[in-house]
Design a protein around this ligand. Structure first.
Ligand code: HEM
Length: 483
């Protein structure tokens, strides 16, 4: 049977959704009480061990299909936007926060926005932006150097998020926000409240906040207002630049100017709300994801001295002489081992461990009929760590598996989908990889990893707050001898 088809599964499948196995639901509440939301991904992975790669839950009185089979997940993700859409509640929660953009758009509206967004993230555009990426990385180096000098532990997530916000604002909006050197009221400190609130609201059985603002919602409103102020400032600055230099419209140097200049064949432009929505979408899409992945990668590398030493040797052979930061864009392509470490970190600690979708029409899954509107939770880490595909060491951090040649990496690429799959594959993936290469090479070249872990010295717990992050991850650095 063709395993790339959404109708294939190794095990025989029950003929109807109601016959799927799964944990027994409680009366009225279904399986909700069994799901600890911040650890929902781990619970769903555990149930996949128990019930197999296709099972059923009941939430809010509705049946939910949970899918942990790689080829079937890929089949669904590829059949978008026509066959499947993002879970509707995600769109309504994000849009009412002002994030109406490419992440929540569907159908032809999505196609149009996607074309515009993609053009700003292609490798050619990244190459033009590279000098400002170097500047932001140098700033990051200064903040790390100070912490290394004093031996102070670095709150890794917060620092990395400042880096990713500065990079995204520079690349996508042409603005230099410098949150790395700003105080505690920096944009990042408001932005990092948004993902947890999205996650909280999409999982509420009832949208109470539309009728009653609890203290937590009022506090969030204040953070969101600050984020919107920044978004409108980015737009106003871009408009000023374009008014001063009208020729920018013909070859926009960043996403925001491309969105402002965009006209469809019929002359219609993106509306104001969609422009602001995409600015917020890209800010959010680029922040936690990249910062959390870097945090996990540093944690895993610190535990594997041989891998870290190999990475350091590769970086030393790539960065020129006395330079502290990689300055040549072409050389970022050459860091094969470092890139393998990142792929391995994303395989074992995917920051998007669940993708939620909904059928846009009556369809079938592994031969089982599904009605339009059926919700599927795709459990992304199970296929990426399946011993049947990866062998007995599937759960181990072994970056070399990405460099083995032959069928190995191809099978891995099919099994591990950290950036999603199909037409909605993450448009920021090249940028994310370049950013992560800049940060890891900066640290490898100039610092020694003294400690990467929690205050108690243990491994950080995983928490899902729309993106999955390491709890309480701290890093202590020392200057590398001779640097
Ligand atoms: C390690 C870093 C990142 C990871 C792991 C990641 C992962 C993902 C995933 C899993 C999706 C959903 C894909 C799907 O539905 O098939 C996605 C979508 C998206 N990502 Fe990323 N992402 C990362 C970095 C970024 C960056 C740096 C940006 C932009 C600056 C970005 C912008 C977006 C946008 C706009 C979408 C929506 C695409 C659409 O619906 O068409 N991401 N990302």
């Amino acid at each position: 049977m063709d395993r790339s088809s959404p109708d294939a599964l190794a095990e025989p499948t029950p003929r109807a959704l109601k016959d799927l196995p799964g944990p027994r639901p409680w009366p009225l509440l279904g399986n909700l009480p069994q799901l600890d939301l911040p650890r929902m991904h781990e619970k769903l992975e555990g149930w996949a061990d128990e019930y197999g790669p296709l099972y059923r839950l009941t939430l809010g009185g509705k049946p939910i299909v949970v899918l942990a089979d790689g080829p079937l997940i890929a089949g669904i993700l590829r059949d978008r936007p026509d066959g499947w859409r993002r879970l509707g509640v995600i769109g309504s929660v994000i849009n009412e926060m002002g994030g109406d953009g490419v992440f929540t758009a569907e159908g032809d509206d999505w196609r149009r926005q996607r074309r515009l967004v993609m053009s700003a993230f292609d490798p050619g555009h990244l190459a033009r932006f590279f000098p400002s990426l170097v500047r932001v990385t140098e700033r990051f180096d200064r903040s790390l150097a100070e912490a290394a000098r004093t031996g102070e532990p670095i709150d890794l997530q917060a620092q990395l998020m400042r880096y990713t916000v500065d990079v995204t604002a520079g690349l996508a909006f042409g603005s230099d926000v410098n949150t790395i050197e700003a105080g505690s009221d920096a944009l990042q400190a408001h932005l990092d409240k948004v993902f947890p609130m999205i996650y909280r609201r999409i999982n509420m059985p009832f949208p109470y906040w539309r009728h009653l603002r609890l203290p937590i919602d009022r506090a969030f409103d204040r953070h969101l207002a600050e984020v919107h102020k920044a978004v409108h400032r980015f737009i106003a600055e871009a408009r000023q630049r374009m008014a001063a230099e009208p020729e920018r419209a013909a070859r926009p140097p960043n996403l925001l100017e491309a969105l402002l200049a965009a006209r469809d064949a019929d002359g219609s432009a993106l509306g104001e709300a969609q422009i602001a929505g995409n600015v917020l979408t890209v800010l959010l899409g680029g922040e936690d994801t990249t910062a959390n992945t870097l945090g996990w990668a540093l944690f895993l590398l610190h535990r594997d001295r041989a891998a870290w030493d190999k990475l350091v040797a590769e970086v030393d052979a790539t960065v020129d002489g006395d330079e502290r930061v990689l300055r040549d864009f072409d050389r970022t392509r050459g860091l094969d081992y470092l890139e393998a470490c990142l792929h391995e970190a994303m395989r074992l600690r995917p920051v998007a461990p669940l993708i939620f979708v909904e059928a846009r029409r009556d369809t079938t899954l592994a031969g089982m009929p599904l009605r339009q509107g059926t919700i599927v939770f795709c459990v992304m880490r199970k296929p990426a760590t399946d011993p049947a595909v990866l062998g007995d060491d599937a759960a181990e951090f072994r970056p070399a598996r990405w460099l083995d040649g032959g069928e190995g990496p191809r099978a891995l690429n099919r099994a591990a989908m950290p950036f999603g799959a199909g037409p909605r594959l993450c448009p920021g993936r090249y940028l994310a990889l370049v950013e992560m290469k800049m940060v890891l090479s900066l640290i490898a070249r100039n610092y020694t990893l003294v400690e990467v872990g929690t205050e108690s010295g243990g491994a950080p717990a995983e928490r899902l707050a729309f993106a999955m992050f390491p709890v309480g991850l701290r890093m202590r650095l020392a200057p590398r001898p001779g640097r």
